[in-house]
Ligand binder design. Structure first.
Ligand code: SAH
Length: 196
């Protein structure tokens, strides 16, 4: 989903816009960031803009279509040089990205308009979330958009919620944020910040 702006005001419609709000607050020129699920590449592009010409973004997706679409979107914006795209599962991120990283974004579920059987799964998501924490610098954030409403979404929702709620509060600050005037299984945002 693309975040929506009117006259430079970010509209807070749905959880993806919230994750962009937080990414915009925490990421600065020169930072390193990870898009753990490139999908259509909107988040990857947003991260590449925020981290600037001296920063770098690593984008993961297992689908060729997602990597191709993200690559096209970055090239169109002239920002391909700021991003390393990897057609590899995000559960390998710790081996492929060097610490420290300021922000890691996940947009879970399946890619709209593509094969709905190819989706993020609780086991690999859990591994990748743990890798993210290891890679984060103090004060850095993990932002996860969770989709409870599809097949398999409830299992993944529980995996993310249990993981975030179980983190040691002296080491991490975990938040769950969801829009209230929407259906009960609407997507929501989980944020985990590494304590300083
Ligand atoms: N549900 C969102 C879009 C999510 S896209 C929306 O409606 O806007 C999720 C992406 O995660 C897909 O492109 C899919 O290919 C990718 N993906 C699935 N498993 C993955 C894994 N293990 N590592 C990296 N990407 C993965």
């Amino acid at each position: 989903m693309k975040s929506q702006h009117v006259a430079d005001i970010l509209l807070l419609r749905g959880p993806v816009s919230l994750s962009h709000l937080f990414a915009g607050t925490f990421l600065h020129e020169g930072d390193k960031a990870i898009d753990a699920t490139c999908g259509n590449g909107y988040d990857t592009l947003a991260l590449a803009k925020l981290t600037g010409s001296s920063g770098h973004v690593y984008g993961f997706d297992i689908q060729e279509q997602a990597i191709r679409e993200t690559s096209r979107r970055l090239a169109e914006a002239g920002l391909a040089g700021r991003v390393t795209l990897l057609q590899i599962g995000h559960e390998k991120m710790e081996q492929l990205v060097r610490s420290p990283v300021k922000a890691v974004l996940f947009n879970l579920g399946y890619l709209p308009g593509s094969d709905h059987m190819i989706m993020t799964r609780p086991d690999t998501t859990r591994i990748a979330m743990n890798h993210s924490l290891k890679l984060l610098e103090p004060g850095g954030i993990v932002l996860i958009t969770v989709y409870p409403g599809h097949d398999g979404g409830t299992d993944e929702q529980h995996a993310v919620d249990d993981w975030a709620a179980g983190l040691d509060p002296r080491k991490y600050h975990s938040w769950r944020m969801g829009q209230m005037n929407v259906i009960s299984d609407a997507p929501y945002c989980v944020l985990v910040q590494k304590a300083a």
